[in-house]
Write a protein that binds this ligand. Structure first.
Ligand code: CO
Length: 134
C-alpha cells in the first residue's frame, strides 16, 4: 500500500541555523522559508536526489511543533511521510485494522497542496506517520 518516502520532517528551534547547516555544511539545495500558519510551522524544504527533508520551525502560540521543541530542545525527527495512491482507501484500510488517524480523520491539504492524514505514533513504533496522496 505505501509507496515512496516523500519526506522526513525535522523539528528545529532555529530555522536559520538549521537551514545553514544543511546548505553550507551538508551542501544541500534548500528552499526559502515558507510560513504555513494553518499548520503552525514555517518550513524549509531540503531537496535530496531521492527524497526531501523538511525543516519545521514552530509558528504561532498554538503550534503543535512548539510542544515538540519544548520536550526536545535540540530538535529531532518529527514525522515521516509516505506516499499512497488513494488516501481514502488507505485511511479506511488502516482504521479497519485498528490504527488511529489524528484529528477528524478527514484528509487535510498538506504542505505540498495534496491531501494528507497523520497516524498516531503509538500505533507505528513511536513514529508520527504522515500519508500523502501521490
Ligand atoms: Co510532512
Amino acid at each position: 500500500m505505501i509507496g515512496r518516502l516523500n519526506h522526513v520532517a525535522i523539528a528545529v528551534g532555529d530555522l536559520a541555523a538549521a537551514t545553514a547547516l544543511y546548505r553550507d555544511t551538508l551542501g544541500a539545495r534548500v528552499s526559502q522559508p515558507l510560513p504555513q500558519p494553518e499548520h503552525g510551522v514555517t518550513v524549509v524544504f531540503v531537496e535530496l536526489p531521492n527524497t526531501k527533508i523538511e525543516l519545521l520551525e514552530p509558528l504561532g502560540a498554538e503550534s503543535p511543533v512548539a510542544k515538540f521543541i519544548a520536550r526536545n530542545p535540540d530538535g529531532g525527527i518529527h514525522h515521516i511521510c509516505y506516499e499512497v495512491d488513494d488516501i481514502i482507501a488507505a485511511r479506511d484500510r488502516l482504521t479497519e485494522s485498528g490504527a488511529r488517524v489524528l484529528g477528524t480523520g478527514e484528509p487535510r491539504i498538506g504542505a505540498h497542496g495534496k491531501p494528507v492524514i497523520f497516524l498516531h505514533p503509538k500505533d507505528f513504533n513511536g513514529t508520527l506517520v504522515e500519508l500523502e496522496q501521490a
